[in-house]
Design a protein around this ligand. Structure first.
Ligand code: GTP
Ligand code: MG
Length: 370
């Protein structure tokens, strides 16, 4: 297995070696700067700084195989923004989405903790917005990073009575690393202990200066409980997405990203995918890493059966031969045969360690058993 000297890792990540040694200690590893850590450990540390590590000799077979000429501009159509909701545990991400969707997901979650990336589409003044919820618990770093990578805008939820916390900082780093716009939602302003100014103050330290303090960061005070500021927040999302001119070509072969996947006893491998370009249809052969298959059925975020899904649409699909890794890109192939052949090539070459590593399943039991 490949290794890297801590000193070198620190240089690559542009952080102090002592910081890395501290992180290692938290992981139960005692080391000095001249010692080596293995690839998996280095990856885990890099993730904390919002950096993806890939092996140099890793050629992306799929990307190479499915390379297409750029679309002609006449085929490019405006697509809905993909917005990830991030922030520290319990700061109100799911509640905020509940308020936006007028649903009640929070109350159904085990221990009130989100364990997966939920995808949903919301319509605001005739404009669609795709939202991804993410878990705030510290155990889900990789999931938050995948969330950030697939998106255009990040809503950073900070509870006004708690302020900037470790996973708030992590979320900022991931959003920055992924190059997405950050909109801050200062939540829980209905609470007696709410102090939005303190949140703004704390954010300055992480390079986010809000507009009313002369900076460029949009911050909206909200309450997921009484609904204050929700409309303004949606308006801001639409303004930012208009400025970024998000376009895709619905006529192309579909490609996108696996958001989450699991094995369902009755239905086999089930994957939630986000179409990033093109249109995915029932019957299409697809490949995601070493998983392949024909899309047998598709459900939208409301559980309705759909025949096709265009750009920015999240759908649950059935028909893959195995459970793909979350975060893995998927591609539409020309035929079932091609899908299988390409997947076999991937197996031959060996999978990207990183994705396997970040796809480790964490359950509530794992989190709470000591
Ligand atoms: P994780 O997904 O586990 O990271 O949590 P989360 O950020 O999704 O938080 P969640 O929406 O589950 O809310 C946590 C708690 O805060 C719940 O008890 C909510 O009722 C409460 N809460 C969320 N938003 C508000 C708010 O605006 N005001 C008040 N008073 N409570 C809120
Ligand atoms: Mg949640």
């Amino acid at each position: 297995q490949e290794k890297i000297v801590i000193k070198e890792l620190a240089e690559k990540l542009e952080v102090r070696s002592t910081e890395i040694i501290k992180e290692l200690m938290l992981m139960g590893i005692m080391a000095n700067i001249n010692q080596e850590v293995n690839f998996d450990t280095a990856t885990e540390i890099a993730e904390k700084y919002g950096i993806l590590v890939e092996k140099e000799d890793e050629v992306d077979i799929l990307e190479e195989f499915f390379k297409e000429a750029p679309s002609e501009s006449k085929d490019l159509k405006t697509r809905p923004p993909i917005v990830v909701v991030m922030g520290h545990v319990d700061h109100g991400k799911t509640s905020l989405l509940d308020a936006i969707r007028k649903t009640n997901v929070t109350s159904r979650e085990a221990g009130g903790i989100t364990q997966h990336i939920g995808a949903s589409v919301v319509e605001s003044n005739g404009n669609k917005i795709t939202f991804l919820d993410t878990p705030g618990h510290e155990a889900f770093t990789a999931m938050r990073m995948r969330g950030a990578m697939a998106t255009d805008i990040a809503i950073l939820v900070v509870a006004a009575d708690d302020g900037v916390m470790p996973q708030t900082i992590e979320a900022i780093n991931h959003a920055k690393a992924a190059g997405v716009e950050i909109i801050v939602a200062i939540n829980k302003i209905d609470k007696p202990g709410a102090n939005p100014d303190r949140v703004k103050q704390e954010l300055v330290e992480y390079g986010l200066v809000v507009e009313d303090w002369g900076g460029e960061t949009i911050a909206v005070p909200v309450s997921a409980i009484d609904g204050t500021g929700i409309d303004t927040l949606l308006e801001m999302v639409l303004i930012v997405s208009e400025m970024t001119e998000l376009k895709a070509n619905p006529k192309r072969n579909a490609r996108g990203i696996i958001i989450e996947a699991q094995l369902d006893k009755g239905r086999g491998p089930v994957a939630t995918v986000l179409v990033q370009n093109g249109t995915l249809r029932v019957g299409d052969p697809i490949v995601a890493g070493s998983a392949y298959g024909k899309v047998r059925a598709m459900m939208d975020d409301k559980g309705r059966r759909v025949k096709e899904a265009g750009p920015s649409k999240p759908v649950e699909i059935l028909g893959l031969n195995e459970v793909p890794f979350a975060g893995e890109p998927f591609y539409m192939a020309k035929s079932d045969r091609e899908a299988r052949q390409v997947a076999e090539k991937v197996i031959e070459k060996g999978r990207v360690d990183l994705i396997q590593n970040t796809a480790t399943k964490v359950t509530l039991d794992d989190l709470f058993s000591q």
